[in-house]
Design a protein around this ligand. Structure first.
Ligand code: ZN
Ligand code: ZN
Length: 418
C-alpha cells in the first residue's frame, strides 16, 4: 500500500453544548469555515468519544487514546502526568506525586493546606529545595512547580513502588499523615520510608529558609511543608514510531502546553514549540502552522499540531473568545491545507475532548471530527459542528478506533488476517 503523510490538528476542548449567550448555538455552529470549506467538502466527518460515552477525559488520557493507546488499564494516575504538565521529564519506573505547599504548626499539625494559596516565592522555594534535598536512601528527589501552591514531586531510583498512602490529610487541624505501604511488597515499605524522610527533610529545610523569615515578618503564613497525594509509577508506553502493526518512522508534535508536550514526548514524538506559541489564547497559531508545514516538507510521517486556546476559553466560560480561537485555528488549518499535497496526505481536524463553555470543564460529549484523505467518501459538508457531525459517514468512533481509521487511510496499518 502507498503510505501517505498525516497531519492532525487538535483544538483542545473543541466540542460544546448550546450556549444561551449565542442563541442556543455552539461556537462551532457560528464559526466561519470558509477558509477550509474546499477541503472540508471533500472530507468525511463524524464523532469521536475519546474514552467512551460517559467517561470524562483529561487531556492526557484523551491524547493517549488519540495516538492509539487505550488509557483504560494503562494510566498510572494523575501524579506522573501532573509532573509532565509541570515540565518534568519522566522515565518509566519514576514515582510521582501531586503536592501542595502547606503551613504546619507545632507537632506537624496542618494549619493551612495551601499556605495562603498565594505564594509568589513558590518557584524560588522549589529551587531552594532542589538545591538541598539530594538523595534519600539512594533515591533522587526532584520538585517541579505547577501553579499557585501546587508542585509535583518525582522520586527516581531502582525498584520504586507507588503502593503507598498520601501524606495529605485533606483537612486542616490534624497532623501530616505518615506514609504507609499499601502492599506487602518490600519496595512499598522502602518507598513509604523514603516519603516520610522527604516530609521531615522538607520541613526542616523550609523552617531554615530565609524566605519564610521574610513571610513571617510580613504576617504571611510560612510555607513549611509539602503534602503529597496520588502516587503513580510511570509506565512504559510503546512509542508511536516502531509500534507493532503501525508503520510510522518519524513523528513530530507542535505544542506549547507542558502536559501535551510531556505526553507526546513519552510516546516518542519529537516535540517543537515555535516562537510565539504560548499555550494560551494569545498563542501565535500561524507560527505553529508554518512549523507544521516545515516539518511536513522535511518528510515527517505524522505531524501533530496542538492548539490550547479553545480549551482555555472554555474553562473561562467565554463563548465569544472560544469562537475567536476556533476561527484562528481554522485559518491555521487552511494555511496547512494550502501547502500540503492533498493527493498524498491525510489531514484530520478535531478536539481532544469536549469542554462546554456552559460547564467550564471537560465532559464526555463526543467531539466533532473532520477527516480528509484521498479517496475518502465525502460527506459534502462545508461546515463542521456538533449537530452536523452526527450525520457524518465516519459515524461515532471510540477511544483508539480513531487512530486506527487514521492509520488505515494513511496506508500505515497492518492487515488483520490473510
Ligand atoms: Zn484537552
Ligand atoms: Zn481543559
Amino acid at each position: 500500500m502507498r503510505e501517505l503523510q498525516v497531519v492532525v490538528v487538535v483544538a483542545d476542548g473543541l466540542g460544546d453544548r448550546p450556549v444561551p449567550e449565542l442563541g442556543m448555538r455552539t461556537p462551532l455552529e457560528l464559526a466561519d469555515f470558509s477558509p477550509v470549506a474546499d477541503v472540508l467538502v471533500k472530507s468525511s466527518v463524524g464523532l469521536w468519544d475519546p474514552i467512551e460515552p460517559g467517561v470524562r477525559p483529561g487531556s492526557d488520557t484523551a491524547h493517549l487514546a488519540l495516538f492509539g493507546i487505550n488509557p483504560v488499564g494503562n494510566y498510572p494516575g494523575r501524579g506522573p502526568f501532573e509532573a509532565l504538565g509541570a515540565g518534568a521529564s519522566l522515565q518509566p519506573g519514576d514515582v510521582a506525586f501531586r503536592g501542595n505547599f502547606a503551613t504546619v504548626g507545632e507537632g506537624m499539625v496542618v494549619v493551612d493546606r495551601r499556605a495562603g494559596r498565594f505564594i509568589p516565592e513558590a518557584r524560588q522555594l522549589v529551587e531552594y529545595l532542589n538545591e538541598r534535598l539530594g538523595t534519600i536512601d539512594g533515591v533522587e528527589v526532584r520538585l517541579y512547580y505547577a501553579t499557585e501552591h501546587r508542585v509535583a514531586v518525582v522520586f527516581r531510583g531502582e525498584n520504586l513502588s507507588d503502593a503507598v498512602s498520601d501524606t495529605d490529610p485533606h483537612v486542616e487541624g490534624v497532623r501530616v499523615l505518615r506514609c504507609v505501604p499499601r502492599s506487602g511488597d518490600p519496595a512499598a515499605t522502602r518507598m513509604a520510608e523514603v516519603v516520610n524522610r522527604f516530609t521531615e527533610r522538607v520541613h526542616r529545610l523550609l523552617e531554615e529558609c530565609p524566605i519564610n523569615a521574610e513571610r513571617r515578618s510580613k504576617g504571611l503564613p510560612p510555607v513549611n511543608a509539602i503534602l503529597l497525594r496520588g502516587a503513580g509509577r510511570m509506565v512504559k508506553y510503546p512509542p508511536i514510531t516502531g509500534r507493532q502493526g503501525i508503520s510510522l518512522a518519524k513523528a513530530a508534535a507542535i505544542s506549547a502546553t507542558a502536559l501535551v508536550k510531556g505526553v507526546c514526548s513519552i510516546l516518542g514524538f519529537e516535540v517543537y514549540t515555535p516562537p510565539g506559541a504560548t499555550g494560551d489564547v494569545r498563542s501565535d497559531l500561524m507560527s505553529k502552522a508554518r512549523e507544521a508545514v516545515d516539518l511536513y516538507r522535511k518528510g515527517y510521517d505524522l505531524v501533530y499540531v496542538h492548539i490550547k486556546g479553545t480549551d482555555s476559553a472554555s474553562h473561562d466560560g467565554n463563548p465569544k473568545l472560544k469562537l475567536e480561537v476556533i476561527e484562528r485555528s481554522l485559518k491555521a488549518l487552511a494555511y496547512i491545507l494550502d501547502r500540503v499535497n492533498l493527493g498524498s496526505t491525510v489531514v484530520a481536524f478535531l478536539g481532544d475532548h469536549t469542554t462546554p463553555v456552559t460547564v467550564r470543564d471537560h465532559t464526555s460529549d463526543p467531539v466533532p471530527v473532520m477527516l480528509y484523505a484521498p479517496g475518502v467518501l465525502p460527506d459534502g459538508f462545508r461546515e463542521l459542528n456538533e449537530r452536523l457531525a452526527r450525520r457524518g459517514s465516519l459515524g461515532r468512533l471510540r477511544n483508539v478506533e480513531f487512530f486506527g481509521v487514521l492509520m488505515d487511510y494513511a496506508g500505515r496499518s497492518e492487515k488483520f488476517g490473510a
